[in-house]
Design a protein around this ligand. Structure first.
Ligand SMILES: C[S@@+](CC[C@H](N)C(=O)[O-])C[C@H]1O[C@@H](n2cnc3c(N)ncnc32)[C@H](O)[C@@H]1O
Length: 436
């Protein structure tokens, strides 16, 4: 039955993340549920699109379903996932209603645990299709109705209600494809049909498959969100300098440092992710010394001119790309990661030579993973000082600099959430200097 396997994989992955395996990333859950099925690339892409659409509007979808189920939302992750993925196809993807309903009912019938619920699945999804205008009309406040409450409260506390609403609105829009170009950005903007952002990156609206685009094979550019490219611009590596990239894979920032002519040591504790970094550098014809290691264990006898710490984090700044993050992370993750970031930052400091620069960054919106880390670090390390960022380092966007002089981008910046396809990832970054 065409398309059934894709729906099965999407439903399974969504059920996995709605159930006990909350810590998993959607990409990994899709990989697990597709294992052994040999999905065609088109079906794999469809499974990903269904699962992503399900999480992007999970709050809205759950509210719509709850209103249409006599006994409220089901507790069983399998049934909830079936209804959510079916509704996402009807409401958000270009799937014919009858195909979305029919294939969902078939999946229910094929599952011994759900087969007796096939008539319910049929009735509810038909109602969703019939009442789509009412459902749409109720989707008025993404911060309140499409964001987990604990995250909404955090963002209101950190940025104020208006900014938090802007963040939630930007998450509904997804992300454009941004690329970092090695040189001659204007010429590549023309060849790729992209727009040059004042942050330095090129933005290609509505592009998904990158491998066939001009310049990909010759390594003229690489995919990197416009905000993700800013930390290395702040570090400003110079030709011949020794630079350590302590959490390097898959290597977008390593590539920037290497392209600037610096001698980069790229460290990551994941061998598999470093292999990916190696492949990326090969395509870009760039080189780096690769070290598979826990950065906390690195020897400290040869400090570096500059150190980049792009620390592991909750990644709540990337929810517009990975909407599952909003629904699978918890407060406990943030506390745990903040502890690791504290230790990594102390280590990064010991690896920075006197007079050297250190950039700490995370793709998180949470203050504990950003400004609080730097305040705590500076209070304990008198030999470091913050170098305040100026607007011209971020394309004139003063709104991307916080009151301490650190980088603080929000998904709602550059017009994110306005319905015109703007936005950037939410990045925090601080430039520190070790006194000479
Ligand atoms: C945010 S990602 C880095 C993204 C990368 N800098 C880029 O721009 O493409 C964090 C990375 O840190 C690595 N990591 C986590 N803990 C680590 C540790 N203790 N030592 C070294 N690498 C670590 C993870 O494997 C992951 O690849």
């Amino acid at each position: 039955m065409p398309g059934l396997a894709a729906r099965h994989v999407a439903q399974n992955a969504v059920a996995t993340l709605l159930g006990p395996a909350r810590g998993l990333a959607l990409e990994d859950a899709l990989g697990q549920s597709g294992r052994g099925l040999n999905l065609e690339p088109g079906d794999a892409a469809l499974a990903r699109a269904i699962a992503t659409a399900s999480f992007r509007r999970l709050g809205f979808l759950k509210a719509a379903l709850a209103e249409r189920l006599r006994d409220g939302l089901p507790q069983k992750p399998d049934l909830l996932a079936l209804l959510v993925t079916g509704s996402a196809q009807i409401l958000d993807l270009a799937v014919a209603d009858h195909a979305a309903v029919d294939l969902s009912v078939r999946l229910a019938k094929a599952d011994p645990q759900l087969t007796h619920l096939a008539p319910l699945v049929n009735a509810v999804l038909r109602r969703v299709a019939r009442e789509r205008d009412d459902i749409r009309a109720a989707e008025d406040d993404p911060l309140k109705r499409n964001t987990p409450d604990w995250l909404a409260q955090r963002w209101i506390a950190a940025y104020g209600e208006a900014a938090a609403k802007g963040i939630a609105a930007a998450h509904l829009e997804g992300a454009a494809l941004d690329v970092t170009v090695r040189e001659d950005a204007d010429a590549w903007a023309e060849k790729l049909g992209g727009r040059r952002l004042d942050l330095g990156s090129l933005r290609l609206e509505g592009r998904e498959a990158v491998a066939g685009l001009p310049g990909y094979d010759e390594g003229a550019w690489w995919v990197q969100d416009a905000a993700a490219a800013l930390p290395v611009r702040l570090l400003a590596p110079r030709p011949g300098e020794r630079v350590a990239d302590l959490c390097a894979a898959p290597g977008g920032k390593t590539a920037q440092v290497a392209a600037a002519g610096a001698r980069v040591t790229a460290v990551d504790r994941s061998a598999a992710r470093l292999e990916r970094l190696q492949r990326n550098l090969e395509r870009l014809k760039l080189s780096a010394e690769l070290v598979t290691a826990d950065a906390l264990e690195l020897p400290e006898d040869k400090p570096f001119d500059a150190v980049l710490l792009d620390a592991p984090c909750s990644a709540t700044g990337t929810i517009r790309r990975h909407p599952d993050i909003a629904w699978t992370k918890s407060e406990a993750d943030i506390v745990r990661l903040a502890g690791l970031q504290r230790r990594l930052l102390d280590k990064a400091a010991r690896l920075t030579a006197p007079g050297g620069r250190l950039v700490y960054c995370t793709c998180s919106l949470e203050p504990e993973e950003g400004s609080a880390r730097i305040a705590d670090f500076l209070a304990r390390n008198g030999d470091f000082e913050r170098v305040a960022i100026t607007a011209d380092q971020v394309g004139g966007h003063a709104e991307m600099i916080d009151h301490n002089g650190d980088l603080r981008t929000l998904p709602s910046h550059l017009g994110g959430g306005s319905g015109r396809g703007g936005g950037v990832d939410g990045f925090f970054g601080s430039l520190l200097r070790r006194r000479g």
